[in-house]
Design a protein around this ligand. Sequence first.
Ligand code: HEC
Length: 147
Amino acid sequence: MNFRKAYSLALALFFVITASGTLYAQTRLNEVMGKLVDSFAADARKANPNFTGFSAKDGEKLFRSTRMHSKKKELRSCTTCHTKNPAHQGRTKVGKKIAPVSPAVTPERFTNTKKVKKWFRRNCKWVLERECTPEEKGNYITYMMSL
Ligand code: HEC
């Protein structure tokens, strides 16, 4: 192999490695979030001995499911505010804009454990009239991270 060929091969390899590194970074939780999701998995295992890991499919089901609120008598869903497409901008009931929930579009998603805990508590209660289980929260994050 002559020098020029070897050089362009090395350059191509460099770009492939850099590109895959960037992709990897966007689909990976930071350290504190990784720990939070690990704790969801530990709690999910305690609650359900058959738990084998989080499911993006079940996370999507939770995101899309609708439920009749017992007192307000209205259908509520995660999609009520976050829209049916996680890549789209959402809106609160009073019209305030919500950045897309997909971390592929909004990289700050799922980087702050305090924020994640606060909004799971608030939104699960608003939609389901109860807190989401650790398994549901892990599934939801797994779904969003898979996009
Ligand atoms: C009534 C409107 C509303 C509904 C319904 C709603 N959310 Fe949200 N959600 C918000 C708002 C407002 C924020 C905070 C603003 C932001 O993050 O851009 C938020 C943020 C979040 C966050 C924080 C994500 C992060 O790390 O940035 C999570 C997690 C979340 N919502 C989960 C859910 C789930 C799960 C459901 C369905 C059970 C749901 N939301 C339904 C309004 C809503």
